[in-house]
Ligand binder design. Structure first.
Ligand SMILES: [Zn+2]
Length: 143
């Protein structure tokens, strides 16, 4: 498996994540091109972001799994007035993506996105900054 497409971006992440012992495997996998999260071993619910406690049945019996590289664009918003760290990027889009295993996540959309893309396929991306990775998504081009 070659992993998620990687987009090189200049500089450091605007708000670098705080990495804990629990979330370190997530960030290391993302750096390696894999989007991962946790799945409850009791009821099967996949959480995003990763959790060490199941949000459905409260079990602590969770395991890491690889998430799908593709999802469906549920919604998006275009940001014109941004926090200072993102001023150079406006306007940009933030999407809500439903991954095939169930989790719904919010992330930066790269490239063109418009209402015609709603309910359409998106591909997850690694946004590779100098100080580490973040994740994003882009609309899949029709083939
Ligand atoms: Zn559970």
């Amino acid at each position: 498996m070659s992993g998620l497409p990687r987009l090189q971006l200049p500089g450091n992440r605007p708000f670098a994540p705080r990495v804990s012992a629990f979330t370190r495997p997530f960030w290391e996998a993302l750096g390696g091109g894999r989007l991962t999260s946790t799945q409850c071993q009791q009821c099967g619910i996949v959480s995003f972001p990763p959790r060490n406690l199941c949000r459905a049945c409260w079990s602590r019996d969770v395991a890491w799994l690889d998430l799908a590289a593709h999802g469906t664009l549920y919604s998006f918003t275009r940001v014109h007035v941004a926090p200072g760290a993102f001023l150079g990027d406006t306007p940009y889009a933030i999407g809500i993506v439903d991954l095939h295993q169930g989790p719904r996540l919010m992330c930066r959309m790269i490239g063109e996105v418009d209402t015609q893309h709603l309910d359409g396929p998106v591909e997850m991306l690694v946004l590779q900054y100098q100080d580490g990775p973040l994740f994003g998504a882009q609309v899949c081009e029709p083939s």
